[in-house]
Design a protein around this ligand. Structure first.
Ligand SMILES: *[C@@H]1O[C@H](CO)[C@@H](O)[C@H](O)[C@H]1NC(C)=O
Ligand SMILES: *[C@@H]1O[C@H](CO)[C@@H](O)[C@H](O)[C@H]1NC(C)=O
Ligand SMILES: *[C@@H]1O[C@H](CO)[C@@H](O)[C@H](O)[C@H]1NC(C)=O
Ligand SMILES: *[C@@H]1O[C@H](CO)[C@@H](O)[C@H](O)[C@H]1NC(C)=O
Ligand SMILES: *[C@@H]1O[C@H](CO)[C@@H](O)[C@H](O)[C@H]1NC(C)=O
Length: 513
């Protein structure tokens, strides 16, 4: 209140002045006019008194407003500090250009799938993940939609699980974020092997799922890709692709910040109004990190989904995909399980990616190849949308959309065998490797992360990089025997159920079509 009174004195400097005027009025003593003057004076002083009272009331009101504002601010601060956990130690700041990152493509190729001898092959996924564990000194952070390493007991899965179980004895902390509340494997890891497991209730937060799949080791090395902690992704069942990046602190920190966000959402049933500053990334679409990766200068950042998990300065997966599509000059190769520009639950067309592809095809004459999987869950409308893209190119010079659907082989015991699980896009300039399928509801509700690496615009001469390597991987798959061009006006048969529905032929198809 002291400051408030001081303020009222400050804001009404005229009260002092009018007192001086009053003394000037009273000094002349002319009888006739003195009464009038006295009345005027009384009148005047009354009005002055009134004005002062008004001012006082005014400043009291101000006082109340200021007090209310202070209260609001205090509540706001309380909200900020309660809504977002502040995590322990300070993160180091970026050491952009001095870093010396190296990147390795990792793949898992199904056993009975073979390619010509001169095809590109890369480090097996399980070797890549084990190499990350070899490098671990302090902590290993893992987020995976599935934990099924031990299920049938095939060697690679069990070996990886036992290495994770052994981390504690080496003094390495294992931290796991999960959306799966019922995993027996995680229970064992937490109860018997001192793993810290934080559960994120995605149902309560976004009505979606935690589909993110990445590792961060010592905030320095990381893995990101299509494979989750599923024995089928490590052995010869599913076709997976990802990258392992070593000695890349700035980028690993940005991915660690996404992990920290999940970590902090444990037990939360609502999205915090504010995110801690510690979760803000260094790099984004607008401000990509200029890093040396395998001695080649690239621009790179990490993206994330869904929109409600996006902190300040973080680019969303959709923004990342859009940017990569828009920057492509000559071609765009896309490999994803499903392509469906629909919000299924809301029955609405979802144009975000589809629209950009149309623009690239027609207006920029970019050549597009779309590689999708033909499997049990393939929505029949997928093909209508692909035909629609194809027909856009009719009678147009240099307009080309090719679509191919592959990697589905019906087997007696395991329908997912041989399935192409890859989720990436590669263009003439950039790669995007993500966790989500290209279906509207995925980006709106599910949590995922992505990595963008692109070549700076004006660098002509370049060495073989991850962009060129991924182009080669895509072409290897595209031209392999497992490719089947999607023909117009003929819905391919992707599952046994569809076959059984369409006719009573008991013979299973050897391939998709
Ligand atoms: C980067 O790594 C390469 C190979 O590992 C090494 O030869 C080079 O000296 C490193 N450069 C820096 C700046 O650490
Ligand atoms: C997750 O949140 C939903 C909705 O708030 C709730 O019904 C459900 O029980 C929660 N799940 C767990 C495992 O707590
Ligand atoms: C198509 O591409 C060729 C070769 O790149 C070019 O010469 C031609 O002008 C293009 N046509 C149109 C209509 O853009
Ligand atoms: C290609 O690699 C060599 C050494 O491996 C390096 O000297 C050269 O600068 C690299 N070129 C580019 C464009 O990065
Ligand atoms: C980057 O360097 C590592 C180690 O030198 C090598 O194994 C890997 O194949 C390289 N990656 C690319 C994309 O050239």
């Amino acid at each position: 209140s002291v400051t408030c009174l001081g303020q009222s004195a400050l804001t009404s400097p005229h009260s002092g002045l009018s007192q001086m005027e009053m003394t000037r009025f009273t000094s002349p003593a002319v009888p006739a006019s003195s009464i009038i003057t006295a009345v005027q004076q009384q009148d005047y002083s009354a009005s002055v008194w009134l004005r002062r009272k008004e001012k006082l009331e005014h400043s009291q009101q101000k006082c109340i407003v200021i007090f209310a504002l202070v209260c609001c601010f205090a509540v706001l601060m309380a909200l900020i500090f309660s809504a977002v956990d502040i995590w322990g130690e300070d993160e180091e700041t970026e050491e952009e250009c001095s870093s010396n990152c190296s990147i390795v493509l990792v793949e898992n190729i199904p056993a009975d799938m073979w390619f010509s001898d001169d095809s590109a092959f890369h480090l097996p996924l399980s070797t890549g993940l084990n190499s990350l564990l070899d490098k671990a000194r302090v902590d290993v952070e893992i987020v995976s939609p599935v934990w099924l390493l031990n299920s049938i007991g095939l060697f690679q899965g069990r070996a990886l699980l036992s290495r994770l179980q052994g981390l504690k004895d080496k003094g390495i902390q294992l931290k796991i974020s999960t959306g799966d509340f019922d995993s027996a494997e995680l229970k064992t890891l937490a109860d018997n092997h001192d793993a810290e497991v934080h559960e994120v209730n995605m149902t309560a937060l976004t009505k979606g799922f935690l589909k993110s799949s990445f590792w961060v080791v010592d905030r320095k090395h990381f893995y990101i890709g299509s494979a989750s902690m599923d024995w089928r992704s490590l052995t010869t069942v599913m076709k997976e692709l990802g990258v392992v990046v070593y000695d890349c602190k700035p980028l690993a920190l940005d991915l660690h910040k996404i992990f920290s966000l999940y970590w902090g959402l444990q037990h939360k049933t609502f999205i915090p109004t504010f995110w801690s500053k510690r979760l803000f990334p260094f790099f984004s679409k607008e401000k990509p990190g200029s890093l040396l990766v395998n001695q080649t200068k690239v621009e790179t950042y990490i993206s994330s989904s869904p929109h409600v998990f996006i902190t300040k300065d973080r680019s969303s997966d959709l923004e990342a995909i859009s940017a990569v599509i828009q920057q492509a000059r000559h071609f765009i190769y896309i490999s994803t399980i499903d392509y469906l520009p629909l919000l299924l639950d809301m029955q609405r067309y979802w144009s975000r990616i589809d629209g950009l592809l149309r623009e690239a095809l027609i207006l920029r004459k970019v050549h597009i190849r779309l590689l999708i999987s033909c499997w049990e869950e393939t929505h029949p409308l997928t093909f209508n949308f692909i035909w629609s893209l194809k027909s856009l190119c009719m009678e147009q010079a240099n307009c080309s959309l090719e679509a191919v659907s592959k990697f589905f082989k019906v087997q007696r015991d395991n329908d997912l065998s041989g399935m192409n699980h890859n989720r990436f896009m590669v263009t003439d300039r950039a790669v995007y490797i993500g966790n989500l399928d290209w279906v509207g509801k995925e980006f709106n509700y599910n949590a995922g992360a992505g990595l963008v690496i692109s070549h700076p615009e004006n660098v002509a001469e370049r060495n073989s990089t991850v962009v060129e390597q991924l182009q080669a991987v895509f072409k290897r798959d595209w031209f392999s025997r497992y490719a089947n061009t999607i023909q117009t006006n003929k819905i391919p048969v992707c599952s046994k159920q569809q076959i059984n529905k369409s006719d009573n032929n008991v013979a299973l198809p050897r391939q998709c079509f």
